[in-house]
Write a protein that binds this ligand. Structure first.
Ligand code: FAD
Length: 428
C-alpha cells in the first residue's frame, strides 16, 4: 500500500468497453506505460455476451482466452501478452474504492493510488441482487455478470441435468440462461411477473411465438403476476425452492439451482457526488466527456445524447460499449470529432434461433412471418417505420434493417400487414 502510479490515459474497469478503449488507444500510438486498465476482475477484458451463451452449453464450452476482446468486433484477440506487447499496463484484481477527480486520483482497496491526465470510466453494471428476500444467502442462487459467476453457474447447471432449474426474470438473461439450461439437459422453469417475456421489446404476439417454442422444448412458465417472494432451503443452507406468490397466494416451486436475472444497476457509486448524473449513469456529451474536464464515461455507465431520437439514454448493449469506447478515444485526441450518432441495435441467440433489432420500438408492431423459418416485425408510428426486428436474418437483412431504422421510411401499413414473407416485407 501507499504505492502510486501515474498514467496519461487511465481506463477504470476491465470489461467490454475497456478492451475496445485500449485497442483504440494503441491505434493512436500511445507510448509504453502511458495507458493502463485497472480492473477488479481477474482476467483481461472479454466479450461479456458469451457468458450466457456458448460458455454455458457448447461442447466444448467457450472459455477464455477464446473470447477476449476484440474478437466480437472483428479485432485482435487481446490476451495479456497483447497488452504487454503494446505497452498498456493491465492491472487486474484491483478494485478502486475511492475517486478524487479534482486531484485526478483513484485509490484502490489495496491502497495504491492511480493518477491520470485523462480518465475513461468504464465500470459497467452489476446485477440487481434480491438481497432483502428471505433465504437470499442460500447456496445455489446465482447471478450472472462476470467470468467467475459464469464458471459457477456452469458447474451448477451441469450438476443438475434432468432436474428442475429455476430462472427468475424474463429478460435477456432469463431467456438465454433458460435456453442454455435446457440444452444442457436441465428442466428450466421461467418465473417473472410480466405478461410475457422480453416485455420491454417484444410485443405480446412476438413473445407468444418464442414462448410456444420454449414450451415445446419443455420449459415451463410461471408468468403474468408470479412474483419471487423468497428462497427456501434445507438445514445445510442449500436452496430447495423459490417461494412465489400469485394474487396473494403463496407456493414453493422446488429446485436446487436458481439463476436470478432481474436487471442491472450502473456501477456509479464512486462518482455520484462528483459528476453530473442522469438515468442512474454518468451524464456525458456527444464526445463522452462528463461534467468534469478530462473525465470520460463509456459503455453501460454512460448516459449519452442519442442523437437520432433527440433524447438522453443509457444502453446496456455490447455494440454501444464497443463504439462508445472507440468514439471517446477519438474525441480525446481530436476536439473536432463529430458527436456520437448511435443507431440502437440489440440481438440475442437462443437454441437455433437468433434475432436482431435496429431502431426504436415505438408505434404499433406489424408482424410478418413466423419465427421458423423467418419473421420480421416493423414498429410503425404515423405511417413511418421506427424499428425493425428479424428472427434468423441473413447478413444482407442486417444491412437492410440498419438502413430502414436510420431512414425511417413511410410504408403502406395495409399492404405490409397483408404480407406473409419477411423477405418481401424487408424490400418494401
Ligand atoms: P462491463 O463489461 O460490465 O465492464 C465493467 C468492468 O468494470 C468490469 O470488469 C468490472 O469488474 C469493472 N469494475 C466495476 N467497478 C470497478 C471498480 N470500482 N474497480 C475496478 N473495476 C471495476 N449485450 C448485447 O448487446 N448482446 C448480448 O447478447 C448480451 N449478452 C449479455 C450476457 C450477459 C451474461 C451479460 C452480463 C451482459 C450481456 N450483454 C449483452 C450486455 C453487454 O455485455 C454489456 O453492455 C457490456 O459488457 C458493457 O460493457 P462495459 O465495459 O460498459 O461494462
Amino acid at each position: 500500500s501507499g504505492e502510486s502510479k501515474d498514467y496519461k490515459y487511465l481506463i477504470l474497469g476491465g470489461g467490454n468497453a475497456a478492451g475496445y478503449a485500449a485497442r483504440a488507444l494503441v491505434a493512436k500510438g500511445v507510448g509504453k506505460s502511458e495507458a493502463a486498465i485497472v480492473s477488479r476482475e481477474e482476467v483481461a477484458p472479454y466479450e461479456r455476451p458469451a457468458l450466457s451463451k456458448a460458455f454455458l452449453f457448447a461442447d466444448p464450452p467457450a472459455r477464455l482466452p477464446g473470447f477476449h476482446t476484440c474478437v466480437g468486433g472483428g479485432g485482435d484477440r487481446q490476451e495479456p501478452e497483447w497488452y504487454e506487447d503494446n505497452g498498456v499496463d493491465l492491472i487486474l484484481n484491483e478494485e478502486i474504492v475511492s475517486a478524487d477527480l479534482g486531484d485526478k486520483k483513484l485509490t484502490s482497496k489495496a491502497g495504491t493510488e492511480f493518477g491520470f491526465d485523462k480518465l475513461v470510466i468504464a465500470t459497467g453494471c452489476s446485477p440487481i441482487v434480491l438481497s432483502k428476500l428471505e433465504g437470499a444467502d442460500l447456496k445455489g442462487i446465482h447471478y450472472l455478470r462476470e467470468n467467475a459467476d459464469a464458471l459457477q453457474l456452469y458447474d451448477s447447471l451441469h450438476a443438475r441435468k434432468g432436474e428442475d432449474v429455476l430462472v427468475i426474470g424474463g429478460g435477456y438473461i432469463g431467456m438465454e440462461v433458460a435456453a442454455a439450461a435446457s440444452i444442457v439437459g436441465c428442466k428450466p422453469k421461467l418465473i417473472f411477473p410480466d405478461s410475457h417475456m422480453m416485455s420491454r421489446l417484444f410485443s405480446p404476439s412476438m413473445a407468444d411465438k418464442y414462448e410456444s417454442f420454449y414450451k415445446e422444448k419443455g420449459i415451463e412458465f410461471y408468468k403474468n403476476g408470479y412474483r419471487c417472494e423468497g428462497f427456501v432451503g434445507d438445514e445445510d443452507g442449500n436452496l430447495s425452492g423459490v417461494k412465489v406468490s400469485l394474487d396473494g397466494k403463496e407456493e414453493v416451486i422446488p429446485g436446487k439451482a436458481c439463476i436470478v436475472g432481474v436487471g442491472a444497476r450502473p456501477n456509479s457509486r464512486l462518482f455520484t457526488d462528483q459528476l453530473e448524473m442522469e438515468l442512474g449513469g454518468i451524464k456525458v456529451d456527444g464526445q463522452f466527456q462528463s461534467s468534469v474536464k478530462d473525465v470520460y464515461a463509456v459503455g453501460d455507465i454512460a448516459a449519452f445524447p442519442l442523437k437520432i431520437y433527440d433524447r438522453t439514454t443509457r444502453m446496456e448493449h455490447v455494440a454501444h460499449a464497443r463504439q462508445s469506447a472507440a468514439h471517446a478515444v477519438d474525441a480525446m485526441f481530436d476536439d473536432s470529432t463529430p458527436d456520437y450518432d448511435y443507431l440502437p441495435y440489440f440481438y440475442s441467440r437462443v437454441f437455433n434461433l437468433s434475432w436482431q433489432f435496429f431502431g426504436d420500438s415505438v408505434g404499433e408492431p406489424v408482424v410478418v412471418g413466423d419465427i421458423q423459418p423467418k419473421m420480421s416485425v416493423f414498429w410503425i408510428k404515423d405511417g413511418q417505420v421506427n424499428g425493425v426486428f428479424t428472427e434468423s436474418p441473413s447478413a444482407e437483412d442486417t444491412e437492410v434493417m440498419a438502413v430502414i431504422a436510420r431512414e425511417r421510411p413511410s410504408v403502406d401499413v395495409a399492404k405490409l400487414s397483408a404480407l406473409t414473407d419477411p423477405d418481401e416485407a424487408l424490400k418494401l
